[in-house]
Design a protein around this ligand. Sequence first.
Ligand SMILES: *Cc1c(COP(=O)(O)O)cnc(C)c1O
Length: 821
Amino acid sequence: MNSNYLNNANTKSALKTSMDYHLRCSLCKETPSKDCRDLFLATAFSLRDRMTERILETERIYQVAKAKRVYYLSMEFLIGRLLGDTLHNLGLFDLCREVLEETGIDIEEVRDQEKDAGLGNGGLGRLAACFLDSMATLNLAGFGYGIHYEYGLFKQEVDNGYQKEKPDNWLAEFSPWEIKRPDEKCIVPIYGRIEHFQDRAGEYNPMWLDWKVIMGIPFDIPVVGYGGKTVNWLRLYGAGSSTDFDIQIFNEGDYFRAVEQKVSSETITKMLYPLDTLKSGKELRLVQEYFLVACSLRDIVRRYLKEHDDFDDFPDSVAIQMNDTHPSLAVAELMRLLVDEYALPWDEAWEMTRKTLSYTNHTILSEALEKWPVNLLEQVIPRHLQIIYEINARFLKQVADLHPDNLDLVRRMSLIEEGENKMVRMSHLAMVGSHSINGVSALHTEILKKNNFADFHVLWPERFVNVTNGITQRRWLLKANPQLAQLISETIGDSWITDLGQLKRLESYAESEDFQDRFRRIKRTNKEVLGRIISRTAWVSVNPDSLFDVHVKRIHEYKRQLLKIFHIIYEYLQIVRGEKTPTVAKTYIFAGKAAPGYWVAKQMIKLIHNVGQVINSDKRLQDILRVVFLPDYRVSLAEKIIPAADLSEQISMAGTEASGTGNMKFMLNGALTVGTLDGANVEMLEEAGEENIFIFGLKAGEIEEMQRGNTYRPTEYYRSYPEIRMVIDAFRDNIFCPSEPGLFQWIYSRILHEEDPYFHLPDLLSYIRIQDKIEEEYQSQASWTKKAILNVARSGKFSSDRAISEYAGLIWKADAVKCGE
Ligand SMILES: *Cc1c(COP(=O)(O)O)cnc(C)c1O
């Protein structure tokens, strides 16, 4: 049903016409334009036209097919830029480049105008964004629900080595992708109190009274699958104040209160909490989580009821995935909707809820497991707290019936943690209310079953499944590394773009001299490009022939940036003390943000900076070592760094990284990995083969044993090994802070005398050994390149297409719907 008022054909002239149209009619600018910002907007609008047509078409097809709809609820979507991806997925990249070229404009300059949509912290949010791409590409009726944060993750600046946070006002010049839909707004009640009534039949019928309201206003971002046929959407809710409500206050004559109310409603979606694997405990964050759940469930139920008269088909028509516990109030909110608003009996509502919801766990770090004080819930969402208590009472009765004399088990499994300040355990709420609970790598799921959620696993073994994370090759190879993508397509065809397993066919080229040569040249070009970014943003010049050793991700103790620094310090001291003759020039590249209140993480940035200053200014190491910290790690920067990496650092303490997805992006782009047996590294080893990956360090089980027996003594390592002593003493001796003595003393004391919960010292020697091996192997270019090619060839498993197929088959029971013409 193509409309004829716009020519949305995929031809150069049609594209040019629509860009000119938008330059003049949407932006009121002269044509032809040479302004890259205007050209970016005009291009984006032209693509949006094409996508909105297909959104309508896709929706029509879903309705005819009675497609099961999948909703991915996530507090974070780390989208990054959309222009390049959208052009590729619509098949318009080359046409668009030519159109721009004709006016003398480089498409890269136009793409650089786009601000990253940084509506997430790191891996969890980026996963959600990759999943949207895969759902649309696999023709699943899969949609995202998230929050329309006015400010995304902060911008990072580095001043004298110290992180400075700057607000990320990504909407300052507005986003051309989103479609505001105020006509589909919803009203969300919050605060207030419960009155305990009985209905006419004498049944208990509580009433939630005196609540305030927040308006949820949807903003839709089209999500186009590869090939441009299926276009789904991501719906982001922004908070506003209800006009009705304002008027009510207005009538009381309290103008200022009305304005205040309006301001405080709008505050709710003001900013993303910048906490990765840490919980906030702030009331506003709880309100955000509730707001997401309340808006999306209303929308989901409304859409369902347009096509149904009752809820009988609800679990067969709808699947809702909770991305971590952040949206786990969905359990209580869906129950509330069904019981209070649609008058379903409790048992029926409970069955619907459980059959519809499923939960993905992303972390086993205790500091990240969400708990909220009961008295805060009572204040913010009193009715939901009541429902949670009711769910808990029924659940604990079930547990007690099965294990009559095990009070301890009942206490452990309860949704409520007893104590002076009672807390609601959100992971328990999510598990009890879901038919499926999944971890995000094989190792992580096993740890969940064995440790954190063991009691639940014994009760419901069938609910636990693993779905190893993945990444979309459309963004992380096709777009981020166009030359490598081109080489691969020339060699084995382009079916890998939607079937990453096809990369296997590259194996037979791994030893081809010609292929190796081209592969190496591409890596070299990418390194030059990154080198220019480094000199522009970190003010250090680097040698593109050096080994690019890259550690980029959020800064966190468990990810062990400190272990990498220990090794760099060791290497530096060895060289300057004449105990090592370097054979390979190396560039150590770091990037990552620290949570603003996380002192240790911020100190790591300062330390990297200072180590860099000492090493980079040491004449003896001029052509040998470089240490750089690239500020403001974000998706668009990752797309530049990863294709240029030779070595990928994935060195978290075993048993702490749930999966990792950065590791997969590097493998796909032909970097070799040095890593611990943690998260998905375990599966990368299985896929790549042990001769193509550098694994070191203690295993999760070994660490667990040392923790349980409390047998780890940092001072013993310090006394026994001169290598370790040398590194640790450098902090005592102010080698990296000569003008500020004592600055890094805390590292010396903390590691030796306080605690080293992330086992840096026990892994340091094997890390140094494996780095020596890496240095040796890098000298043989042919064998290194062969390994790099084999890594690419064997990365097929780590496509988010594979992950989404598993979710669709195992958890959602949703089928693909063909949206072709
Ligand atoms: C992929 C990605 C991450 C996650 O990286 P990990 O190494 O898995 O922690 C974080 N931030 C950005 C910008 C990413 O692209």
